[in-house]
Design a protein around this ligand. Sequence first.
Ligand code: FES
Length: 153
Amino acid sequence: MDLPEWNTKELTPGQLSERSGVAVSALHFYEREGLISSRRTSGNQRRYKRDVLRRVAFVRLSQRVGIPLAEIRDALSTLPDGRTPTRSDWARLSSRWHADLDRRIDQLTRLRDDLTNCIGCGCLSLASCTLANPHDALGTEGPGARVIDVEID
Ligand code: FES
């Protein structure tokens, strides 16, 4: 496929796919999901403004770090219409997720450390293994049922 001239203002779906590395079917999906938009030619063919390339890159990178599409769409909806997003626009959008990414990194770090301990152990004890029973917050209070509140007459 021929790459577009450097000063081309609009891209066909094939050109956008080639430049972004994203399949045309995925671009159509992004459009249906409201992440990118296009105009239609008189022949009903899609044309994307050149700055859609950055939107596609933003979507792909955000997905790679686990941001749900709905959150990506919300973030992109804050960009001004009719103006190419600036570097500070992109920085502002990505900063929204720093706290969430930090929290997930902490979780993975704890999981990694627990895994290191468990590989040497292998017991998978429901009473004491945080990997075998990771959501047992009440287990730190002792064995047995901790939240059953039954009145016995
Ligand atoms: S395998 Fe023994 S504590 Fe996790």
